[in-house]
Write a protein that binds this ligand. Structure first.
Ligand SMILES: Nc1ncnc2c1ncn2[C@@H]1O[C@H](COP(=O)(O)OP(=O)(O)OP(=O)(O)O)[C@@H](O)[C@H]1O
Length: 349
């Protein structure tokens, strides 16, 4: 079951160089949130600070009535058990096979017997479609499989909060689509609070309930997916639509002259594209945190761009891969279900 994470006034610097200041946001319990931002804006530092691997300069992180930066190392060790973390490369031990990697946290942090451990490891490997790959070493499987193994390991202690650091880095678009579907399905099954750091705009547009954007040392915006995807705020609009026009430059913020030149040349951001439907669980059952499409816009008097929430006929997530599916779905039972059935029969690629 997920828990709420409340961040207030969080500030972090290294050697006097600020990374970000005064971050305020709440990750709602059981919901999926995505954190975006240009490279080097401190998204990974934020994840490490949340889980207590880095201490902030100041500010609060409230979880279940405890303020993490104020806890002793011993108390922090206990709170860390609420977290599961999927690191960028899966962070697997190269000399251990997949089974032992996934079993590792259970052997380290619990007193369970080997037969109890086997039951949990088998369940989690099944969840991520890796039954049959137990004896393989990390070097013998693909990058996508390593990510899924890392995810199984992140889930074995039944975390209330799961942090994903660029789960799609290094994956091709098809593997990314499968991983996104897996993330949605796992959120439905576990009800845990998910926070995903990604650079993949398609993931950001179709997977989360909430989106946050760190820019220039601050949180530019954090809120429901529809709020950011319908926002005309320049930084949000430029980033979420992957445009060159706008305040974000190649290496840093554009200066006033560059922006004036853009304006003088009549270069403007294109109109907002339609808001795509949110990816739905593959078993057709809604997630607990799911909201009806268009609800946020309707409640806030915002007219979404024309064509919003229609099932996208084109684009990287269309076709036989598990792309965004609006409910009720008219899509034929997709390949993901067949694939999951394959995996349950022990078939891995
Ligand atoms: N342990 C550390 N000591 C000193 N500086 C650090 C440390 N960790 C991160 N930094 C610095 O903090 C800044 C933010 O780094 P971080 O990796 O969090 O960015 P990011 O937004 O995740 O980047 P990317 O999107 O490229 O992965 C960088 O300038 C980085 O060099």
């Amino acid at each position: 079951m997920g828990v709420e994470v409340t961040v207030r006034g969080l500030t972090k610097s290294f050697g006097g160089q600020p990374v970000w200041s005064d971050l305020d946001l709440t990750l709602p319990a059981g919901e999926i949130s995505v954190l975006l931002g240009p490279s080097g804006t401190g998204k990974s530092v934020f994840l490490k600070t949340l889980v207590g691997l880095l201490r902030p300069d100041r500010g609060d992180i409230w979880i279940e009535g405890q303020n993490l930066p104020r806890l002793s190392e011993r108390a922090l060790y206990e709170v860390r058990k609420l977290f599961g973390v999927l690191f960028q490369d899966g962070a697997l031990f190269g000399s251990m096979n997949i089974y032992d990697n996934v079993a590792f946290p259970l052997r380290e942090h619990t007193r369970r017997t080997e037969s109890q451990i086997r039951a949990v490891v088998t369940e989690k490997l099944d969840m991520v479609g890796l039954l049959g790959a137990e004896k393989k070493l990390p070097g013998e499987i693909s990058g996508g499989m390593r990510k899924r193994a890392g995810l199984a390991r992140a889930l074995v202690l039944e975390p209330s909060i799961v942090l994903f650091d660029e789960p799609d880095s290094g994956l091709d678009p098809v593997r990314t689509a499968y991983l996104n579907q897996l993330i949605i399905d796992l959120n439905q099954q576990t009800d845990a609070t998910f926070l995903i750091v990604t650079h993949d705009i398609n993931t950001a547009r179709t997977v989360p309930d909430n989106i946050g954007l760190i820019y220039h040392g601050h949180l530019a915006m954090f809120g429901p997916r529809e709020m950011l995807l319908s926002s005309t705020e320049a930084v949000v609009r430029q980033f979420l639509n992957a445009q060159r026009v706008g305040p974000i430059g190649m290496a840093e913020e554009k200066d006033a002259e560059e922006l004036q030149a853009e304006a003088a040349a009549g270069i403007e951001l294109p109109p907002l594209p339609p808001i795509p439907p949110q990816l739905a669980p593959s078993n057709g059952q809604p997630r607990r945190a799911e909201r009806p499409p268009g609800q946020w816009c309707a409640q806030h008097g915002v007219t979404p761009p024309a064509g919003s929430f229609d099932a996208a006929p084109f684009g990287p997530t269309a076709g036989p891969t598990p792309g965004p599916v609006s409910r009720p779905s008219t899509v034929e039972p997709d390949l993901e279900l067949k694939r999951a059935a394959h995996h349950r029969q022990g078939v891995v690629e």
